[in-house]
Design a protein around this ligand. Structure first.
Ligand SMILES: Nc1ncnc2c1ncn2[C@@H]1O[C@H](COP(=O)(O)OP(=O)(O)OP(=O)(O)O)[C@@H](O)[C@H]1O
Length: 599
């Protein structure tokens, strides 16, 4: 058995002499130059303005450089990508010093196309000063077999792929693993739940002995153990829990509320701009995402939808634009609920063929099931949404590990963030929706698990206390809006968006290829307008606003995301200059006293 390393441990052996300084310095003084990386990689790191390596980078890079197999468990957003990409690039650059023969040295397996795209971009950035020496390709785009074969014909140094695509190409002899020096399994904890077991087993048989294996994971699950077995590996385990000072990292809150109150609270929170900055709202299924979007539309609140039914180009573009601060609110659905009626055989088939979904979509029956398959597996996991201040679980996920992945979209790269979850207590479900009691039981059970999980890492999950009376004042408007969002409106919105996004996707595909700089005029947060329009709802009448501003709504610092000094000063400067956030008007609660009519 390999021994387990923790955050205070140092790799005991194997690190070659060039990398030795990596473990000698105190944490505060530690810099990327101490990792013994190629100067071209250091230049690329500097260009990205990474000042210091994160904990996982400090620990994993020397181990990986020494050639050991590594299983690294570190929290979401902690910088795991660079932790394996940098040593990978370093090994390839080293290999190139002794050989000029082209061969594929590294295979990076990821569970989704979005992730493949993200990793490909990260590799491009880190290899920007040695681009002529490193060729990387990703196989997961909607490329024909012929295109994939031609991409692989030059034996690129790095291939990034889902296991299904990788196996497809290995099986057809388009991709050779004979000269592999490194295999990476990113998001290892998600890989098997995406249905890639068979592909993994097939690939494992052809990975040559002695190939270094690096597994990255946000959680250590039975699936990770299963992967170790599939690849016959016993890697050194880096189990890294980063201690967080009070008020740092993610602050967790829950609101116990009824189903309709979720909409009421969402309306109040977003219309009164109680939450600052960017936000991802998670809902249980695709229909609900459209329901919420149409509901928001009634109040003039703009949002984008992210679900697995949308074409992949649109999804990638939504994330890119969100990261460029074009949008403030994403409504994402990534849950299993829609899977319940799917025949397991179809499900397995769809898992395997997930990537051929567009071809299958010619067959309506298949298309319906494939869409369901994607909703099972989520579109947001592992995706690097930048600067997300708040994650709202409008619908609580069904597992604690899904909670970890969802909230991991905030507080990334050492920043702070807030997770606010709406939890429907069983009693309220029994009262209003007796047929869905099962789900409610899950809500409370899942919450108990989440609380236990957070406690283990020293985090509390606190109640959020809204002033119910003050919030209730908004109920009749909420009801007006909800009444307009009928089932038919939701269905039409879903179809309309899909149609629009398919058209945009074609455009995007061409643009992605030809002119990426001009992409910004394709927006994804337009109104769908399938619900009856009620223009008066777009304004908040003064009499509804609490006299003492935000404090009248909650005793908590609602939406207040504690910021580090640097962030705080940036925030204040922004305020002074009067910059609009996301193009919205000033915070109504701030200007409310000035606009209030005197009787
Ligand atoms: N040393 C660093 N300094 C500053 N920012 C960093 C550093 N390393 C990574 N980042 C940034 O932190 C963010 C999160 O990194 P990354 O996506 O690699 O996290 P992750 O651990 O893989 O998350 P997940 O488990 O959710 O996939 C990215 O935007 C990345 O650019």
């Amino acid at each position: 058995m390999k021994r387990k390393l923790d955050k205070n441990d140092r790799p005991s052996s194997g690190a070659d002499s060039e990398q030795k300084p990596a473990t000698e310095k105190p944490e505060a003084e530690f810099s990327f130059t101490d990792l013994g990386l190629d100067p071209r990689l250091l230049q690329a790191i500097a260009k990205q303005k990474f000042e210091k390596p994160t904990l996982v980078q400090r620990k994993a890079i020397p181990l990986a450089l020494s050639g050991q197999d590594v299983l690294c468990k570190a929290k979401t957003g902690s910088g795991k990508t660079a932790a394996y990409v940098l040593p990978l690039l370093a090994s390839i650059l080293k290999k190139k010093q002794t050989t000029t023969t082209a061969s594929t040295s590294a295979l990076v397996l990821v569970p989704t196309r979005e992730l493949a795209d993200q990793i490909f971009k990260a590799i491009e950035q880190f290899a920007s000063f040695c681009a002529k020496d490193i060729q990387a390709v990703k196989l997961t785009d909607k490329l024909t077999d012929a295109v994939q074969r031609s991409l692989l014909s030059n034996s690129p140094d790095i291939v990034i792929s889902t296991p299904a695509r990788a196996w497809h190409n290995v099986n057809s002899s388009a991709l050779s693993l004979d000269n592999l020096i490194c295999l990476v399994l990113d998001e290892a904890d998600l890989m098997l739940s995406y249905g890639y077991d068979e592909d993994m087993k097939n690939l494992a048989k052809l990975v040559p002995k002695g190939v270094q294996t690096i597994m990255m994971s946000a959680t250590l699950s039975a699936e990770v153990d299963a992967l170790k077995e599939i690849f016959y590996r016993d890697p050194t385990l880096l189990d890294l829990e980063e201690p967080e000072a009070d008020g740092e990292g993610i602050s967790h809150f829950v609101v116990k509320c009824g189903e309709d109150e979720k909409f009421l609270l969402a309306y109040v929170i977003f219309k009164l701009q109680l939450i600052k900055g960017k936000c991802i709202i998670f809902v249980a299924d695709i229909d609900r995402s459209y329901r919420l979007k149409l509901f928001f539309e009634q109040f003039g609140i703009r949002s984008c939808i992210l679900n697995s039914e949308l074409p992949v180009n649109s999804r990638i573009h939504v994330v890119e634009e969100f990261n460029r601060n074009v949008y403030d609110i994403i409504i994402a659905s990534d849950e299993k609920s829609e899977m319940l009626n799917v025949d397991p055989e179809d499900e397995a088939e769809d898992d395997k063929k997930g990537e051929e979904k567009e071809e299958q979509s010619k067959h309506p029956k298949k298309r319906r099931k494939v869409a369901k398959r994607d909703s099972e597996y989520g579109v947001s996991r592992g995706i690097d949404f930048k600067n997300v201040g708040t994650v709202i679980n409008f619908d609580l996920p069904t597992t604690a590990s899904s909670y970890t992945h969802r909230i991991g979209r905030t507080a990334r790269a050492g920043k702070n963030g807030m997770a606010l979850s709406f939890v429907v207590p069983e009693a309220l479900y029994r009262k209003h929706m007796p047929t869905t009691v099962d789900t409610a039981e899950k809500d409370e059970k899942v919450l108990a698990r989440i609380i236990r999980q957070q406690k283990k890492i020293g985090k509390e999950v606190n109640d959020y206390n809204f002033n119910k009376e003050q919030v209730e004042a908004f109920r009749y408007r909420m009801n007006d809006a909800l009444r307009a969002v009928t089932k038919v409106a939701v269905r039409e919105a879903r179809t309309r968006e899909l149609r629009q996004e398919l058209l945009k996707s074609e455009k995007l595909k061409r643009y992605f290829e030809e002119n990426p700089a001009e992409l910004h005029h394709v927006r994804h947060d337009g109104e769908l307008r399938t619900a009856r329009s009620q223009p008066h709802l777009k304004h908040v009448p003064d009499y509804l606003l609490p006299k003492d501003g935000k404090k009248g709504l909650t005793s908590e610092e609602i939406g207040f995301v504690p910021m580090r000094k640097k962030d705080r000063s940036r925030h204040h400067k922004k305020g002074k200059r009067g910059v609009k956030v996301g193009g919205r008007r000033a915070d109504p609660l701030k200007t409310f006293k000035a606009r209030r009519k005197t009787k």
